[in-house]
Design a protein around this ligand. Structure first.
Ligand code: PHB
Length: 394
C-alpha cells in the first residue's frame, strides 16, 4: 500500500515537553507543525522524571501561555541544603542571587502542554511505529505508521529531533558531520517514591562516607529520594528496610531524622554526560536530550531542553517572518553555550557530592575541603546559587 502523503512546515519527532512546547509556540505564530511520538500518551505520563525548574524556565513556560499551573501548584524553593560531615549548610538562593527555583515535575510540564495542544487542535500523534527519517539536507521526510496501522510520508521544511536521549534523528547524522562528547560515571542513582511526609522544607544534597543521597519532594504525602549506587544494582534486590537503612546511614544524624514510609516505586537510574555537536545537520535541528544529557545532580536536563526550544522557536519564527536563516544558522552555537555551562555544573556537583568508589583518604579529605571551601565563602555559595537557579541571559 502506498504511503499517504502529508505536508507541514515543521515536523517534530518526540512529544516530550520540548517537542510539545515548540509545536505550541509555533502554532501561536501561525506556523504549522506535526508532532510524532513512539510512546503512548499514558506511558509518558506515568514515567517519573526530575522536578526542578529554573526561574527562567518558569518564565518561559508561563509566557508561552500554556498554563500558569506551575505558579499555582508548584512549590517555590529559595535554597537547598548541602549536608556533609553530619552538618547541614544552607545555600540561600534568594539572598545570594535574588532568585529561586520551582519544584514542578516534568510530568506536569508534559501534561500541561499535551492538554493545551489537544484543546487547540494541534496535530500530535502518539504511539506511532516504524519511523524513519530521510532527506535531511533537502526537504526532510518522515515515514511512519500511525496507531491505526496506516502508513504515511510526512514532508516538511524542517525536521526537529526532540526524541530523547536515544534519538533516532541524531543517528541519521553522518559521522563525518558530528562530534560526540561522552563522560561515563562509575555510579548510578537508586531512586524511590515513598509515601511519607516531607522531611525538610528544602531539598537536601548529602555527601557522606557511605555515598551521596538526595532528599527531594513531590507532594505533602509523597516524597522523591535518591542514593548513589552501583550501576549494576538491581532494584528488586532492595526491600523497604534495606532502602531506608541506606538512607539513614547517609543523611541521619545530629538531630536530623528522615521521615520514612512505604516505598511506592523504586528504580536504578544510570546517567552520563553527553553532547552532540553541532545540534544541526542540514534541515534537521536537535533539541533537548537528543543533543545532550547531563547527570541529574544539577537538575539541569529539562531546563536545557526548554532553552533549546526557546532558541529554535526564535530561529523558525524569524525565518518564516523574514525569509532569513540567520537565527537558525546560529542556533547550535547559541544553544551549546548554555549546554556546556550546564555540563560543567552538573559534572562539578556530581563529583563534589558523590563518593568515588576507589576513594582513598586523600580523595575523601580533599572532597570535604572542596565542600567547606564552597559553603564557607559567600562567593562559593553564590557561584552554586547562580548556576542552580539558572544563569542570566535568556
Ligand atoms: C527530583 O526531584 O527528581 C530531583 C530534584 C533535584 C535534582 C534531581 C532530581 O537535582
Amino acid at each position: 500500500m502506498a504511503r499517504t502523503p502529508i505536508t507541514t512546515q515543521v515536523a517534530i519527532m518526540g512529544a516530550g515537553p520540548a517537542g510539545l512546547m515548540l509545536s505550541h509556540l509555533l502554532a501561536g505564530q501561525g506556523i504549522d507543525s506535526v508532532v510524532l511520538e513512539i510512546r503512548s500518551r499514558q506511558a509518558i505520563q506515568e514515567t517519573v522524571r526530575a522536578g526542578i525548574l529554573e526561574h527562567g524556565t518558569v518564565n518561559l513556560l508561563v509566557d508561552s501561555g500554556v498554563s500558569d499551573r506551575v505558579l499555582r501548584e508548584g512549590d517555590r524553593h529559595d535554597g537547598i541544603e548541602l549536608r556533609f560531615n553530619g552538618e547541614s549548610h544552607r545555600i540561600d538562593f534568594k539572598e545570594l542571587v535574588g532568585e529561586s527555583v520551582w519544584l514542578y515535575p516534568q510530568t506536569d510540564v508534559f501534561m500541561d502542554f499535551a492538554a493545551r495542544r489537544e484543546a487547540d487542535g494541534g496535530d500530535v500523534r502518539y504511539s506511532v511505529t516504524d519511523t524513519s527519517v530521510h532527506d535531511l539536507e533537502g526537504k526532510p521526510k518522515v515515514w511512519f505508521t500511525d496507531a491505526d496501522g496506516q502508513d504515511f510520508e510526512l514532508q516538511a521544511d524542517f525536521l526537529v529531533g526532540a526524541d530523547g536521549s536515544r534519538s533516532h534523528c541524531r543517528r541519521r547524522i553522518p559521522e563525518a558531520a558530528r562530534t560526540q562528547y561522552f563522560h561515563e560515571y562509575p555510579f548510578a542513582w537508586f531512586g524511590i517514591l515513598a509515601e511519607a511526609p516531607r522531611s525538610s522544607e528544602e531539598l537536601i544534597y548529602a555527601n557522606s562516607e557511605h555515598g551521596f543521597a538526595l532528599i527531594s519532594q513531590r507532594t505533602e504525602n509523597v516524597q522523591r529520594m535518591y542514593f548513589q549506587c552501583d550501576p549494576a544494582e538491581r532494584a528488586e534486590d532492595w526491600d523497604d528496610e534495606r532502602i531506608w537503612a541506606e538512607f539513614r546511614k547517609r543523611v541521619n544524624g545530629n538531630g536530623f531524622e528522615l521521615k520514612e514510609g512505604p516505598v511506592l516505586e523504586k528504580m536504578v537510574l544510570p546517567f552520563r554526560s553527553f553532547v552532540h555537536a553541532p545540534m544541526r545537520h542540514g534541515n534537521l535541528f536537535l533539541a533537548g536530550d537528543a543533543a545532550h544529557t547531563v547527570p541529574p545532580t544539577g537538575a539541569k536536563g529539562l531546563n536545557l531542553a526548554i532553552n533549546d526550544v526557546k532558541l529554535l522557536f526564535e530561529g523558525l519564527e524569524y525565518f518564516y517572518g523574514s525569509g532569513s536563516t540567520a537565527l537558525l544558522d546560529s542556533y547550535s552555537d547559541r544553544a551549546l553555550d548554555r549546554v556546556w555551562k550546564a555540563q560543567h555544573f552538573s559534572y562539578w556537583m556530581t563529583s563534589m557530592l558523590h563518593t568515588p568508589t576507589d576513594a582513598d583518604d586523600f580523595a575523601r579529605a580533599r572532597q570535604l575541603g572542596e565542600l567547606r571551601s564552597v559553603v564557607s565563602s559567600e562567593h562559593g555559595r553564590a557561584y552554586l546559587a547562580e548556576a542552580y537557579t539558572g544563569w542570566p541571559g535568556r
